[in-house]
Design a protein around this ligand. Structure first.
Ligand code: FAD
Ligand code: SF4
Length: 477
């Protein structure tokens, strides 16, 4: 603990944002980082709690009080090593993680958690700037080989850990670029993609072989992987979007969020319109946009629509409006249900809660969306009589979450058992599927989740694979 009275002397002060009018002109990140002096002050607020709830609240169990102390002492190099000992990619989580650690921080009982996420991000950003982050090439190779299917954060973390343990790792990715939803789901204004590219350079130097535009189950068979590799890791994500199924959903202006977001990320990457949108360009420019779904994906559609020049953006959520503030006595240190206003919401959107969509209005294309207000009586949703209304719409984006992994191709061929929710069945101890030699992790195993959970599962799965191949493992859990 750097300073015993830090939390008494200083209030929480987090990173700022550029003004909405400025940041809407581009797709770059717009966070204004702390300077080192104010960051040290923020780190000094950490009380080094006897039971650090932050550490348990963090899915990768980051040793948060330790690196808060190291930052306060200006020992950035040691802080970086500590951070990397639990998290392969802190620059990803330092940008996009919702920070359950901060919800769990003891100081959050009075609404003033330590700025853990900003400190994490600053440590790793400084590490890259100073040239401290280098490939960790294994001293010796094991002679064993592993195929990783899918290059999102779970596959990347698994591949990096396995390569560092000395295995020959090949990552198969069906998209044209590596990164999974980090690359083609999360917009650049939340996380710029050069951050993924420099990790790829590091991982290639560590011996990871990336094969893009190769769909396992289509371009190459699962059997060929089983023949040519000693183990196979399935980390293909949970890609099946939840459909809507209301009358009129087949009109051309009703589209899945991922089609819309992927196209924009490809444009930002410099792809020409044909490469970005082989089945036709989809933008919100000059349109009245309705986003159905109140989560992260919906929020990303809002920010992207505003940047593209939408005439209006409305976001619908079927659940009632959550409270502005949680009841800490009931929720702390757990993740509370409360109204979350993202930077994209701040940029301009009409948010509607407790709204059920009934019908897409339009002949040849969308002109509106018919909705009705709902309320909950005895836990059951009921339509409010006479509350029907129509929202003007030219583009309706479906962002209602994902029901699980795609079954065609990869999973059909692999023949692995699925759990009751349709995800690949496997536990979090040995990460084994029902098929010998095949392991699973990330959203493909746990269902739609978070980047930080994907990294945790990738790391733990790598350890399980290493142990299965070698009989022992030194990889951390
Ligand atoms: C729009 C959006 C925004 C999000 N924002 C956030 C956020 O702000 N913070 C956060 O923590 N989480 C966020 N998430 C969730 C987060 O991105 C995911 O939980 C995380 O990326 C899951 O990682 P993964 O590696 O398991 O799978 P994915 O990232 O989905 O990667 C799976 C990869 O496998 C590939 N693949 C699938 N099948 C095959 C095959 N047969 N052969 C070869 N390759 C294959 C896919 O192409 C993909 O690249 C967001 C999700 C979405 C959709
Ligand atoms: S819970 Fe908060 S104050 Fe306590 S150790 Fe963790 S970061 Fe520091």
């Amino acid at each position: 603990m750097g300073k015993a009275t830090g939390f008494l002397e200083l209030d929480r002060k987090d990173r700022g944002y550029d003004a909405p009018a400025e940041r809407l002109k581009h797709y770059r990140e717009f966070i204004v980082p702390h300077d080192e002096a104010s960051l040290k002050g923020q780190a000094s607020r950490c009380m080094n709690c006897g039971i650090p709830y932050c550490h348990n609240g963090c899915p990768v169990n980051n040793q948060i009080p330790d690196w808060n102390h190291l930052v306060y002492e200006s020992d950035w190099r040691e802080a970086l090593d500590n951070l990397h000992s639990t998290n392969n990619f802190p620059e990803f989580t330092g940008r996009v993680c919702p920070a359950p650690c901060e919800a769990a921080c003891t100081l959050n009982i009075v609404d003033q958690p330590v700025t853990i996420k900003s400190i994490e991000c600053a440590i790793v950003d400084k590490g890259w700037k100073e040239g401290w982050i280098e490939p960790q090439v294994p001293a010796k190779k094991t002679g064993r080989s592993v195929a990783v299917v899918g290059s999102g954060p779970a596959g990347m973390a698994a591949a990096q850990q396995l390569a560092r343990a000395g295995h020959s790792v090949t990552v198969f990715e069906k998209s044209d670029r590596v990164g999974g939803l980090l690359r083609y789901g999360i917009p650049d204004f939340k996380m710029e993609k050069h951050l993924i590219n420099r990790r790829l350079v590091q991982m290639m130097a560590e011996g990871v072989d990336f094969r893009t535009s190769v769909e396992v189950g289509v371009t190459v068979s699962v059997d060929s992987l089983k023949e040519n590799f000693d183990a196979v890791v399935l980390s293909g994500g949970a890609e099946d979007p939840r459909p809507i199924g209301i009358p009129g959903f087949e009109l051309p202006g009703v589209r899945f969020a991922m089609e819309f977001l992927t196209q924009q990320n490809k444009r930002v990457a410099g792809d020409d319109e044909i490469r970005a949108a082989p089945r036709g360009s989809l933008t919100a420019t000059g349109k009245h946009v309705v986003v159905i779904g109140g989560g992260d994906t919906g929020s990303d559609c809002v920010g992207t629509s505003n940047r593209q020049g939408a005439l209006s953006v409305t976001q619908l959520e079927i659940m009632p409006r959550p409270p502005e503030k949680e009841d800490k006595a009931l929720t702390w240190p757990n993740w509370p249900l409360k109204l979350r206003t993202s930077s994209s919401h701040e940029e301009g959107v009409t948010r509607e809660f407790a709204v059920l969509t009934k019908r897409v209005v339009g002949q040849n294309d969308v002109t509106g969306l018919e909705c009705v207000r709902v309320e909950w009586v005895d836990g059951k949703m009921q339509e409010v009589p006479g509350s029907e209304f129509v929202i003007k719409a030219d583009l309706i984006l479906l962002a209602m979450g994902f029901v699980g992994p795609r079954k065609q191709g990869l999973l059909e061929q692999a023949g692995v058992d699925l759990d009751a929710r349709g995800n690949v069945k496997g536990n979090t101890v040995d990460y084994k599927t029902s098929v010998d030699g095949i392991f699973a992790c990330g959203d493909m195993r746990r269902g739609q989740s978070l980047v930080v959970w994907a990294i945790r599962e990738g790391r733990q799965c790598a350890r399980a694979v290493d142990e299965a191949l070698m009989g022992v493992t030194e990889l951390p859990r």
